[in-house]
Design a protein around this ligand. Structure first.
Ligand code: HEC
Ligand code: HEC
Ligand code: HEC
Ligand code: HEC
Length: 498
């Protein structure tokens, strides 16, 4: 106790002795620059010391929750948030060490791989791992991370050169992870994990995998781990928790030495985005849960001046850490290196999917039902609607994908073609004549209508608005998108108008 106080005091002195001359130098530079920029100004603005001597961090942690393999925003709307390339804005080119830590689904979003797209989702998970390999990485596996099985997850962890840190998570009775300790500049930072069982009864168990049980012994075990790690020199302790926020908070209650708790869930469940949860505090522990799918990250910066870390401004006395939520908006710089990994993934997937899904032919039509014909047939009798349609973006929707190597991406193609996965319609590899959002996307398959020489009863005159919202929904449209506003834009003389 006495020693610790003495050490802190000594550090304060050393810090002060360096900070003064640096501060004066900085002040002189700032004033010189200011005067040059503002010639003729009479008043000299007082310069606050804290503004011009920001403490340089000694380390930075970048924390993500529920990434859900969201590599990059789809691009359907301008200025979408998210995208792994923007992580680089925080992880690259810094004079201090940086680590990335994640809770909640990281490599996969859904809890089980859908067989129709397992190959693509596995490839995508590898791309995620390739990006994460660029920075020291720690995570608490969620139920979703086991979507491809235990061995697949081990491979992904290897590729990411990261560390699964949930000690209580076992596979065939053996611990799957262990606490991770990393030297970040002067500070030993420890990462521990808690991976809880899904509370959703419909989520099946993974054979041999035992998740932490709520209210179980995990909290006590973790508390012990924290003590051991502290005794071994860990000065900053982070708990990554995938599962129930309540249980994670109960663990913190039982394990007082945790500086940060990062919370994630067991599964992302599709494209739905969860917003930032405001920062919480339990005694000295700061509780974080940034928005899912990389809409935000939490950036934590440490200034190590010895002794105990406390949350606060980095320029304040003693060892400090600051916490801020950073939205991953369009203004954020993108890393070229990460961008290259993502482009390589797009190109690789484009090539692979053409081959691996080549046999995926359209579902056949039930006897007596109509199939899709394509716009060229309709144009033969409906020249005016066709020329109106050609003026809409629906007519170029496929080129939007081909120019980006995305036409064979299962995440994209469905809404940029006609009759996708419908009987007598298109598939990812069989979209000939049905490329773009054509007439039959809205009016339904037209073969019976045409066979009947324009049989009115065999075609939909006025599509339901649900047809539009089947493709026009978030995140592929802006929050402010209204079908009433969009509806008139696709009509014109001879197409729904005199
Ligand atoms: C659920 C349906 C849906 C899916 C899936 C989808 N899109 Fe879109 N996309 C849309 C809609 C709707 C628009 C028009 C949005 C608007 O302008 O309001 C659009 C627009 C776009 C645009 C903008 C085109 C322009 O001219 O400005 C791009 C680029 C795009 N999508 C690319 C993609 C990519 C890449 C993917 C896959 C990662 C994808 N889309 C998946 C529905 C979808
Ligand atoms: C052989 C000529 C022909 C072709 C090809 C054709 N139609 Fe028609 N379509 C007609 C005729 C004729 C009408 C009825 C016009 C009327 O009586 O007002 C009609 C009416 C329609 C209507 C309005 C139905 C209603 O209840 O008023 C829609 C929508 C339509 N067609 C869509 C299509 C689409 C989509 C295609 C392509 C798959 C297509 N048509 C191909 C001849 C054709
Ligand atoms: C099969 C999916 C699909 C359906 C169904 C669909 N759209 Fe679209 N829509 C798209 C895509 C994809 C784009 C963007 C195309 C591009 O630029 O690449 C788009 C673009 C648009 C645009 C231009 C962008 C904008 O918002 O100003 C309008 C308007 C529009 N759609 C209205 C509608 C309306 C109204 C309906 C229903 C009557 C509808 N769409 C049905 C997929 C669809
Ligand atoms: C994005 C959806 C969409 C697409 C694509 C589309 N239509 Fe329509 N169509 C509509 C809507 C909406 C109406 C108006 C229905 C109403 O108000 O009664 C309409 C009306 C019509 C009518 C009825 C005649 C009229 O003038 O009212 C015909 C015929 C028609 N469309 C043919 C076509 C053909 C042919 C194509 C392709 C070249 C096409 N449509 C593409 C949505 C679409």
């Amino acid at each position: 106790m006495h020693d610790a106080t003495k050490k802190r005091w000594a550090w304060g002195r050393i810090h002060g002795a360096i900070a003064v001359p640096k501060g004066l130098l900085a002040a002189a530079l700032v004033l010189a620059g200011w005067a040059a920029a503002c010639e003729g100004c009479k008043a000299t603005k007082p310069v606050k010391t804290q503004d011009i001597t920001p403490a340089t961090p000694t380390a930075r942690l970048v924390l993500l929750s529920d990434l859900g393999a969201a590599l990059e925003p789809c691009g359907c709307v301008a200025d979408q948030r998210g995208g792994l390339a923007r992580l680089g804005a925080f992880t690259e080119g810094n004079p201090f060490p940086v680590a990335v830590a994640a809770a909640g689904p990281t490599f996969f979003d859904c809890v089980d791989l859908d067989t129709s797209r397992a190959a693509q989702d596995t490839e995508k998970a590898q791309a995620v791992a390739g990006v994460l390999a660029r920075t020291p990485f720690f995570f608490a596996p969620s139920r979703s991370d086991f979507a491809g099985g235990v061995e697949r997850l081990r491979e992904l962890v290897n590729t990411s050169r990261g560390k699964a840190v949930s000690g209580a998570l076992t596979v065939a009775g053996q611990a799957f992870g262990a606490p991770g300790v990393v030297d970040m500049g002067p500070t030993k930072v420890a990462f521990l994990g808690y991976s809880g069982r899904s509370r959703d009864a419909s989520v099946a168990d993974v054979a041999g995998v035992q998740f932490g049980a709520e209210g179980g012994a995990d909290g006590a075990a973790l508390a012990k781990n924290v003590e051991t790690l502290r005794a071994a020199g860990a000065r900053f302790v982070v708990l990554l928790a995938s599962g129930s926020r309540g249980e994670a908070q109960r663990i913190v209650d039982r394990a007082p030495g945790i500086d940060l708790l990062l919370v994630g869930t067991d599964a992302v469940r599709g494209e739905v985005i969860r917003d930032d949860v405001p920062l919480g505090r339990i005694e000295h522990t700061v509780v974080l849960q940034p928005a899912s799918r990389l809409q935000s990250v939490v950036v934590v910066e440490l200034v190590d001046r010895g002794g105990v870390f406390r949350e606060g401004g980095l320029a304040e006395e003693g060892s400090r850490f600051s916490v801020r939520t950073e939205p991953m908006g369009a203004a954020r710089a993108k890393s070229q290196g990460i961008g290259a990994i993502l482009s390589a993934y797009d190109e690789r997937l484009d090539g692979q999917n053409r081959v691996r899904y080549a046999g995926r032919v359209p579902v056949s039509v039930a006897a007596g039902e109509a199939h899709y014909l394509g716009v060229d047939v309709c144009t033969g009798c409906h020249t005016e609607p066709a020329s109106v349609w050609r003026g809409t973006r629906h007519a170029d929707a496929y080129a939007t994908l081909t120019t980006r190597h995305k036409a064979f991406d299962l995440d994209c193609v469905g809404c940029h073609v006609t009759g996708y996965d419908k009987p007598g319609g298109s598939t990812v590899t069989h979209a000939k004549n049905l490329e773009n959002v054509q007439c039959e996307s809205c009016h339904g398959p037209g073969s019976k209508h045409v066979e009947g020489g324009g049989l009115k009863s065999a075609i939909v005159r006025k599509p339901d608005v649900a047809v539009c919202t089947g493709c026009h929904h978030e995140p592929h449209v802006d929050k402010s998108w209204r079908v009433e506003d969009a509806w008139p834009k696709i009509l014109g003389h001879g197409h729904g108008r005199p």
